[in-house]
Design a protein around this ligand. Structure first.
Ligand SMILES: [Zn+2]
Length: 323
């Protein structure tokens, strides 16, 4: 029987939540909407936000080294998407149905942003502010370790709500505020901007985990150029749009192209091979305070006095080398 490690198990749960959270939010808001006369969209977004934030905390709480600064910063950032749902105002004034689309867009992009800020706060600040600097603790069997690859995958989960939210905001802005002559042009501009944002964010998330060979660089530039063309130009092409108005293909084709591009990066980007010496140096630190143990003959930390058994020390090292 294959048993997932705690970390891969969490990532599998994340993937499940990506499906479960939106669908459950829609269903629950539908039930609630039947009983009360609340604003349907507001209830839906409130449940969506609470579920995303709550589930993320539940999922990753044991993988975060909770310092006072980190906990406080997490609590403050949680308030931003929640405040938007409770205060439920559009960024600019548009018609009443469009208002709903705009506010949902605002909420979705804030949820995406929150995921990225949380990933950065929890696992990206280990070399930053001194209050947050302490390394995360290792248990004796090396569990509860967050690795850079898992961190990138967790950050990638924020891409979906952010891009969808950005698309809705931009579309409402261009159609109702700028009022371009031809509504289709607005959609094509939204496609282009969202594709560029998705590509840039994906590269930023993975840039340190990839060996940027010539093939990887040229392949990335060419494929993203092609993706941008497909997102903006193909919906204009009548041959591919069998439905009379072309409403489906104007969104579906760019989404398919973006999905293919994300899949392509898995083949295009070779993982960075870390040299042995760098791996040894990275593992040689105090498990409690992070002090370098290079050149020592025992596991005792000269800085804080912590002295793990050899088993605990090696287990932590092995876990760090994992996913
Ligand atoms: Zn120490």
């Amino acid at each position: 029987m294959i048993r997932a490690t705690p970390l891969t198990g969490r990532l599998m749960l994340c993937l499940g939540l990506l499906f479960l959270v939106p669908a459950l939010s829609i269903q629950v808001s539908d039930w609630i909407g039947g009983w009360h006369s609340w604003d349907d969209q507001q209830v839906l977004n409130l449940i969506l936000t609470a579920l995303t934030v709550g589930m993320s905390l539940w999922l990753w709480r044991r993988f975060v080294r909770w310092t006072l600064g980190r906990a406080a910063a997490t609590a403050i950032t949680m308030l931003v998407p929640l405040a938007q749902v409770l205060w439920w105002q559009p960024m600019f004034n548009v018609g009443c149905i469009t208002d709903d689309i705009l506010r949902t867009g605002q909420n979705l992009s804030l949820i995406g942003l929150w995921v990225w800020v949380a990933v950065w706060l929890w696992w990206g600040l280990d070399r930053g502010w001194s209050v947050l600097r302490t390394r995360w603790p290792l248990t004796a069997d090396g569990r509860r370790m967050m690795t850079p690859t898992a961190r990138s995958l967790a950050a990638g989960m924020g891409l979906l709500p952010f891009v969808v939210g950005l698309w809705l905001i931009l579309c409402v802005f261009l159609v109702d505020v700028v009022q371009l002559d031809f509504a289709w042009h607005s959609v094509l501009i939204c496609n282009g901007v969202c594709v560029v944002v998705a590509v840039v964010v994906w590269i930023l998330i993975w840039r340190r985990r990839v060996t940027w060979t010539r093939r990887a660089r040229i392949g990335t530039i060419l494929s993203s150029g092609l993706l941008l063309h497909v997102a903006v130009l193909v919906p204009l092409c009548d041959v591919l749009c069998f439905d009379s108005e072309g409403e489906v293909c104007v969104v579906a084709i760019p989404v398919v192209a973006l999905g293919l591009w994300l899949m392509l990066t898995a083949f295009l980007w070779p993982a960075r091979v870390v040299p042995v010496q760098e791996r040894i140096d990275a593992g040689l630190h105090c498990m409690k305070c992070g002090y370098s143990l290079r050149g020592l003959t025992s596991t005792r930390c000269p800085e804080c006095g912590f002295e793990p058994t050899l088993e605990a020390f090696c287990a932590g090292w092995v876990a760090e080398e994992g996913l």
